[in-house]
Design a protein around this ligand. Sequence first.
Ligand SMILES: Nc1ncnc2c1ncn2[C@@H]1O[C@H](COP(=O)(O)OP(=O)(O)OP(=O)(O)O)[C@@H](O)[C@H]1O
Length: 260
Amino acid sequence: MSIEQDKYILSVEGLGVSYGDFVAVKDVGFNVLHGEIFGLLGPNGAGKTSTLSSIEGLLKYKTGTIIVDGQDVQQKPLHAKASMGVQLQSTSFQPELNVTQILQLFSGIYGVPMSKDKIKEVLKEISLEEHGRKKFGQLSGGQQQRVSLVISTIHNPKLVLLDEPTTGLDPQSRRQLWERIEAFREKGHAVLLTTHSMEEAEAICDRIAIIDHGRVIAVDTPQALIDKHKNDPEVIAVSRRGKVTLEDVFIALTGKAVRE
Ligand SMILES: Nc1ncnc2c1ncn2[C@@H]1O[C@H](COP(=O)(O)OP(=O)(O)OP(=O)(O)O)[C@@H](O)[C@H]1O
């Protein structure tokens, strides 16, 4: 591993993803430092999930290189995956198992088995101590998000990948999830998340990349992007209430048109 690569838990370079003839991601590149929360922002269809799935090793990309913790995702998938925690979709959980059983199962799969007492402790931490006997599908959306975040970090991975982790959550649940993500960073781990919430990006992301039409069009801290663009005429034209926000910069950079 070069010194330059050593700085980063994740390096994406020249990434290209196609679905048949359709090119969804073109030459995407960015780096995530150890211990930072990095946000991928972009309009619908910009290529965020395709990028995330490529990093997770779920999509075979056509061009480019993805290195996680010094390991090439396509050449050394098992090594790369050992450093990653991925938030699973609800369909990944066996419908007949209750929450306690799901935690038992995944802690076993990840090689860090949890005792019944430990599971109770974890459920208490995420305010679900009374819900251990419920099936996953019987939990509310916010409760499901909390369980799947716990599972994605069970093996203490160096990098956690979260696809729109707070979509549909109430403000309380969203704050709790932010705190868990930040607590993860405090331990020196990195988080790569996608979000449509500019508020979320400003609140918890150390740096963000804006993706549009399959390309990265800006990478920086949210504040640096605001400072850089706050006097652009296009930004001033879309800003509301006299104060330039990250959303104004995002709209000015990606355009006002709703994507098909
Ligand atoms: N399996 C697939 N087959 C064909 N096209 C796909 C497939 N998955 C994604 N696409 C297309 O690739 C493009 C990028 O999709 P992707 O899901 O990566 O975008 P996104 O930025 O995550 O969007 P959103 O914010 O709406 O979730 C879109 O035009 C989408 O329609």
